[in-house]
Unconditional design. Structure first.
Length: 602
């Protein structure tokens, strides 16, 4: 059993709560740009003073509507300015926010609002409103439904502002003062990869402990009134939420991008100094650049540039970079790397990544082009990051050391255990699940497996429930080889199979963005679908190249021996991935049972 703890860099005041952040900002830097929002197609700054005023106006409207301290309020919307405004307004009204993914099904929406006992919900658009209305008769505690976008009635923010005009500031002050560090701030429902989502109860103190220490540790990123961050991950997910609040805490200017299809353009105009993303975003950035280079006849140049960036980053770790490598790196910086940084807005030097492993190769590639990705690890139950790589001491291939003030332990069976003031208090109305989640001595069972090195850097090797045991008795952790295979430009998703089977196989899906370029380069009909080419020798050879690359990371017994190209992609719309892009493995196994059987035929 190995354990590592790191001393805290920030203390959590017992009387403090998250509403203190926006009050302090208005008092200490009233004219600083706290956020920016799109008005008439242009970014318009919102000062600390203005943001506090808007939050109070909406909080008054909630109070006027009868919202009481401790009431739960659902919040269902894409990532946008109103999300952050409503989040803080709910707290200033003394209430508890309950995020709902804007892509949630009607059944999921009903379950979350019902299980949490929500008194009100704010939705974004007509589709969301319709889903709530269809479940309304089964939600007896739901008294109010407000809509952010204008519909038949007035939009939520102006409507609440108008309703609260007669409520005095002192009433909001009293609600804020009634919140302590141990008061519940939010109930975040898990993605539901296995069964119905459970509500994770997180307190104001959980957020303050998490963010006070993360902001202090990553102070090179969180520079007050100088840094900026463009949020585009769902704020219903704890990872996006933690950056939202962390930026407010550090007085880092926030922008929101509700539509990832517009992300490239928004990065150009907002020009953040750092971003938050999941590994799949970085994989797509790399694959898109590679595909474009191939299409422009510059594929070999890009490959040389990529290898140079990786070698340069590896040399940074060993403090051994030859003169020849430095010259090549400088040349490629003008030809390739500078253009990639410009695509990210031109000012960003760092990214924070979580949710899944990025992979050593991509980690070195991005640092080698001058854009360092800091990987961390955590769950909703740990209030996002429980470990993180420091900006001044990154160890690529790991997810860093414990966040200051917290600890990590590796159990005898390899499970990662967590402890600290950022760890949740339990599951909403589910004592049995809460008891099951903790060891007798208070350590939280993450369900993941991993190893700690001598300096306390954690490497996550897989999910405990996802371990495959082949017919030969070999234990296989799928994550490593899946990540390596998925890094190939042509591959969208990969899921390893082989539990109680004679060897390891894989289900492979083709990236719809890379597929047209591949067809053009390989002389295939432009209108050919994946189904048309599923048995095409050239396509199978390209996938085999990806599999061969992935197999280099594992032993022969762990390597993928056969694969099956699927004719659809795993998406949130198909129901095979969660909003945080995690595979719903049980559903994939069920829906593609026949494809799996074909892998093992003969």
């Amino acid at each position: 059993m190995r354990e590592c703890s790191v001393p805290a860099l920030a203390e959590v005041p017992a009387e403090g709560n998250l509403t203190d952040l926006i009050k302090r900002n208005a008092a200490e830097a009233p004219d600083a740009a706290a956020l920016a929002r799109k008005v008439g197609g242009r970014w318009t700054d919102v000062t600390s003073t203005r943001f506090l005023a808007e939050v109070y106006e909406v909080a008054k409207g909630l109070i006027a509507a009868g919202i009481e301290p401790g009431d739960r309020i659902g919040l269902m919307s894409r990532t946008r300015y109103e999300w952050t405004l409503l989040d803080f307004a709910i707290w200033c009204a003394g209430a508890i926010s309950v995020p709902v993914y804007e892509t949630s099904s009607a059944e999921q929406i009903e379950w979350i609002l019902s299980d949490s006992g929500a008194r009100a919900v704010v939705v974004e658009n007509a589709a969301h409103l319709g889903a709530v209305d269809r479940a309304r008769e089964r939600l007896p505690e739901l008294a109010h439904v407000w809509r952010i976008d204008e519909g038949d009635g007035e939009a939520a923010v102006p409507a609440l502002t108008a309703a609260g005009r007669e409520v005095a500031d002192a009433v909001v002050d009293e609600r804020c003062a009634g919140l302590r560090a141990d008061s519940v701030a939010t109930v975040i429902y898990t993605s539901g990869t296995t069964g119905r989502p459970k509500g994770c109860v997180l307190t104001h103190g959980n957020f303050q402990a998490e963010l006070g220490n993360v902001v202090a540790l990553l102070n090179r990123l969180f520079v007050p009134e100088k840094s900026s961050c463009l949020l585009f991950l769902p704020l219903a997910h704890v990872l996006g939420r933690i950056l939202e609040i962390g930026c407010i805490m550090a007085r880092v200017r926030i922008g929101h991008c509700p539509d990832v299809k517009q992300l490239t353009g928004e990065l150009q105009t907002f020009q953040p100094t750092f971003v938050l993303a999941v590994p799949r975003v970085f994989e797509k950035v790399y694959n898109a650049a590679s595909a474009k280079a191939q299409a422009d006849g510059k594929g070999k140049i890009f490959e040389m540039a990529a290898e140079t960036a990786i070698a340069y980053s590896e040399g940074m770790d060993s403090a051994s970079i030859s003169l020849g490598l430095r010259i090549k790196h400088k040349v490629f910086d003008k030809l390739v790397y500078g253009k990639l940084r410009a695509a990210l807005g031109g000012r960003a030097t760092h990214a924070i990544s979580g949710g899944a492993p990025l992979g050593t190769r991509l980690g070195h590639f991005f640092r080698g082009i001058g854009f360092t990705v800091l990987e961390g690890y955590g769950l909703t139950e740990t209030c996002a990051a429980h470990t993180v790589n420091p900006a001044d001491g990154i160890r690529i291939g790991t997810v860093g050391r414990p966040v200051p003030g917290s600890a990590v332990r590796i159990a005898e069976d390899g499970e990662i255990l967590a402890k600290g003031p950022n760890v949740f208090t339990g599951y909403w109305k589910n004592d049995a699940a809460t008891a099951e989640a903790f060891e007798d001595d208070g350590w939280f069972r993450t369900g993941d497996i991993g190893v700690l090195d001598d300096e306390g850097f954690l490497t996550v090797t897989g999910r405990k429930k996802e371990i495959l045991v082949t017919a030969g008795g070999k234990n296989i952790a799928p994550a490593l080889i899946e990540d390596r295979i998925r890094a190939h430009p042509l591959i969208s998703e990969c899921m390893v199979v082989g539990d109680r089977r004679p060897f390891v196989g894989a289900l492979i899906t083709i990236d719809p963005e890379a597929f047209p370029t591949w067809k053009e380069q390989n002389g295939k009909p432009a209108d050919a679908t994946v189904a048309d080419l599923a048995d095409d020798p050239d396509l199978l050879a390209a996938v085999q190249d990806a599999v061969d690359e992935g197999n280099k990371a594992v032993s022969r017994a762990e390597g993928v021996r056969r694969f099956r190209v699927l004719t659809i992609n795993f998406t949130e719309e198909s129901g095979h991935v969660t909003p945080s892009l995690k595979l719903k493995r049980n559903l994939v196994l069920k829906d593609f049972e026949q494809d799996i059987e074909k892998i093992y035929e003969g």
